[in-house]
Design a binder for this molecule. Sequence first.
Ligand code: 6R9
Length: 653
Amino acid sequence: MAQNNIESTLHENRHFPPSESFCKNSALNHKKLDALYVKASEDYEAFWGDLAKQELDWIKPFSKTLDDSNAPFYKWFADGELNVSYNCLDRQLKDNANKTAIIFEGEPGDIQHITYQVLYEKVCVFANALKKQGIKKGDRVIIYMPMVTEAVVAMQACARIGAIHSVVFGGFSAEALKDRVEDTQAKLVITADGGHRGGKIIPLKNTADQALSKGCKSVETVIVFQRCNNDINMQDGRDIWWHDAEQEQSAECEPEPMNASDPLFLLYTSGSTGKPKGIQHSSAGYLLNAINTMRWVFDIQEKDVFWCTADVGWVTGHTYVAYGPLAVGATMIIYEGVPTVPDAGRFWDVCARHHVTIFYTAPTAIRALMKAGDEIPQRYDLSHLRLLGTVGEPINPEAWMWYHRVIGQERCPIVDTWWQTETGAHMIAPVPAVTVTKPGSCTRALPGIDAAVVNEQGEALGPNQGGFLVIRKPWPAMIQTIWGDDQRYKDTYWPYFDGKYYLAGDSARIDEEGYFWIMGRIDDVLNVSGHRLGTMEIESALVAHESVAEAAVVGKPHEVKGESVFAYVVLKGERPEGGVDEDMTNELRAWVAEQIGPIAKPDEIRYSDNLPKTRSGKIMRRLLRAIAKGEEITQDTSTLENEGILLQLQGKA
Ligand code: 6R9
């Protein structure tokens, strides 16, 4: 992926200034943006401190903006107190109680409009229900839900009472769910009987039962939301229906005063080694950057209908579904299902019917919908759209141009937003009324974000030199630590440059106009359909199968998914003839889906007698990547124990 992108983006020279129609109504302009940059560079702390006073409602004001006495464990607004749910809901009631907060559309077509008043009441009732089940400030709660309003209600209810939520994507397997329950030591799991996805019912409760049967001793209660009416088991003394848990609960629940740096949530993401890491986010700093990026990057305004298509199981669904839009009092869409049910027009149909003005999705979805042809979007009235966004992976210029031309009708700016689970909110992204965009570039760092591309010594590199993408100053929504593993936090994100720069794990270059171009990951992390997967994670899953002796996983460029999963496997028994064995491949694919989730299934598996290793025993991944792509092998392979294995790896023997 990275390689492909570098090639296509190196020659990308088109410039797209924002359209006049957009600029006329935008809240930010050149002058205001310049003033933000100037202030951020003149007095960094005052810049963030003033924003935090302006944008957040505090129970107790903070006296110090940034505490860096224990770097890299930075503390923002440290002695301040607030409640995130109050900032998302209560404060909207004064002027916006009857404004629609959420327009929900289920995959089968059921629609609900939920006002701020009603959402507030739902959150309060459910927060009281959680308390009744014994959940207190600091307790961990796992949320394993379909993409329905109640997923957001559950998150907000946790925030309201100070419980730390950890949402697990509904596509993850029992095994993955179990790992997260155990790592968080959660007391309570919130799930649903099922969710509608791709015309099927995803049996979430059954999967949760499987996960809990494997251990998970910490879990005392499971709350089950009824969505699909599919058959499930309810375990006496442990499981309770959502609607029963809510019985007799009041629609008022005093928000718990939280310290600015009390954790709001944990979200697990793949790293290059070991198990997924529980990324820990703060309350105040996280919410501040969610809010200011809603304004700067999405230009959010009173009348907008905002739609971020991400599932709440990913960080994008946290910041730009569960928190950001509510904290600025916006109206947003929540859509339950996939973009292709009943056909590839579903997204555009939703945009047209609900008058969506701001639409935010992933390049992989754009590429998939682009393949369905221009006629499909052309059937729908997309004239309400005024701004488009992308996130999750580099967007190839062809997909960018299609998005611009067919969906945005050359009127809507595109904001290509670079950020990560760890950064909490947008870091490098256009400000749509100001930035001249270039297809494939996420453009410039936002005010207050000190992004740079550096070499191993931490020196900033010249134009177009590829290097490490780093952030040289702390920012409010930054990761606080890895849950339960401070050392791993330090080792992963602050390993070089005297621990002073945050290492993003991406490589990038900055062009002569100061624009950032993301080139790919520097570690063994794959980006499949905008989702991060560790090669190690998939390899461990493979070798856990009784027939597998060894496995190596690499990414292979893929037209729609960005990268696909390519696995080399050494079996314990004989190598199958010609290196292919469809039955074994199907079995291993199903096995990986069970261990991690369907997104991690290898697209291709090739069997060999051995894996290519260096003298020190390291798998030569670069070689395996080249072979997966079908490239000529230019590397020195003389250290291979058995050169014959090259032919096997290439599928030629
Ligand atoms: C928000 C999110 C983070 C990784 C990141 C990078 C890639 C995200 C991107 C992008 C190029 C963009 N990435 N946005 N690459 N252009 N606009 O996706 O978080 O799941 O943690 O992934 O995704 O490689 O390091 P997360």
